[in-house]
Design a protein around this ligand. Structure first.
Ligand SMILES: Cc1cc2nc3c(=O)[nH]c(=O)nc-3n(C[C@H](O)[C@H](O)[C@H](O)COP(=O)(O)O)c2cc1C
Length: 329
């Protein structure tokens, strides 16, 4: 292929990549009864009645002879947590089935588990399609699990998350954001989400007789290290709250912490057994509030939400004190 043909081919691939697809693993068995399979995104539906599907296989694929010989194949629509499997089956000539447990379909074709959907197919037609062979299969059996799918778009794996429904709710982010400034304003939304999520934790804090700032102190000490008053003040300072000696003395009197040494910024503070128990209970309450808040989000969506919030935290970080970074690690 000359330079301009190569460049045209690269552009063609890039244009095709604009079409988001799912990811499948197509499997079969060769004449020596060895399992064969590869990752394929060319899968598509053809007909509902009779139920038919298709996919295409590169003519230079090592798997081609097996698919030409065997009268059946299995298509596995991968779930979003199966990216490692997709990578393995996209590796040319690899020992792809090593360590995998398979069940058997018609002609003994291997069937993988944990997929969003599986189609067991009888090869109905093969068509030549340029440098690929198109396999059309009649579906003889299928099953389906409600698992979020793995997506492939622009040469990368992706996650499918449903778009918010259209303007039925005043909480939707509108095109005309000026008409709902506060509802569409990230700082407002993050602030309100924090306030509402914290309400539940605040009730728990009241039961333990703790103020919010005192909870910050206890949660830092929950990492297990003794801290001086100065360190605690610096760390908690990131939340806009100050730590004082009187506050620590109050926590000590209530049995949450033990103080060692000086009466100034060098006083060493550590959790008592009671304090540790309170931290465990409060973290459990915070986790419960988090699960409740995420109840309408899928696993991938909540992972994405955290990824985006982390990005915002990173981009807006004015540079935390070194000790804070230590706690975060
Ligand atoms: C996301 C993705 C989609 C792919 N789709 C196809 C496809 O539809 N057809 C195909 O022949 N190869 C496809 N491939 C490439 C094959 O998986 C890859 O060439 C594999 O190594 C072939 O294995 P084999 O040569 O051992 O048969 C895809 C690869 C990836 C990562």
């Amino acid at each position: 292929m000359n330079q301009s043909a190569r460049s045209a081919s690269t552009h063609f691939r890039a244009a095709l990549g604009a079409f988001a697809t799912g990811v499948t693993i197509v499997t079969t068995r060769d004449s020596a009864a060895a399992d064969v399979g590869l990752t394929a995104s060319s899968f598509n539906s053809v007909s509902l009645d009779p139920p038919m599907v298709l996919w295409s296989l590169a003519k230079d694929s090592l798997s081609l002879p097996a698919f030409m010989e065997c009268g059946h194949f299995g298509v596995h629509v991968l779930a979003s947590n199966q990216q490692a499997l997709a990578d393995r089956f996209a590796t040319r000539g690899a020992d792809k089935f090593s360590g995998l447990t398979v069940t058997r379909g018609p002609d003994g074709i291997p069937l993988l588990s944990g997929c969003s959907a599986r189609f067991q197919c009888k090869t109905a037609f093969r068509h030549q399609g340029g440098d690929h062979v198109i396999f059309v299969g009649e579906v003889v059996a299928f099953d389906h699990l409600e698992l979020p799918p793995l997506v492939f778009h622009s040469g990368r794996y992706a996650i499918a998350t449903p778009k918010p429904e259209s303007a039925s709710s005043s909480w939707n982010v509108t095109e005309d954001s000026s008409s709902s400034f506060s509802q569409d304003f990230l700082i407002f939304m993050l602030g309100r989400a924090h306030y509402q999520l914290f309400l539940r934790l605040r009730r728990e804090l009241e039961q333990h007789g703790l103020a919010e700032g005192e909870w910050f102190v206890l949660s830092i000490l929950g990492a297990g290290t003794r801290r001086t008053l100065s360190e605690l003040d610096e760390l908690v300072g990131c939340t806009g709250t100050r730590v004082t000696y009187d506050q620590l003395a109050g926590l000590a009197a209530a049995g949450f912490v033990q103080l060692h040494g000086a009466y100034d910024g060098d006083v060493q503070v550590e959790l008592t057994a009671n304090g540790r128990q309170a931290v465990i209970e409060l973290i459990a309450a915070a986790k419960a509030a988090e699960s409740d808040a995420e109840r309408h989000l899928g696993v991938d969506e909540s992972r994405l939400l955290k990824q985006w919030v982390k990005q915002i935290i990173q981009d807006s970080d004015p540079g935390p004190p070194a000790t804070w970074r230590e706690v975060g690690n």
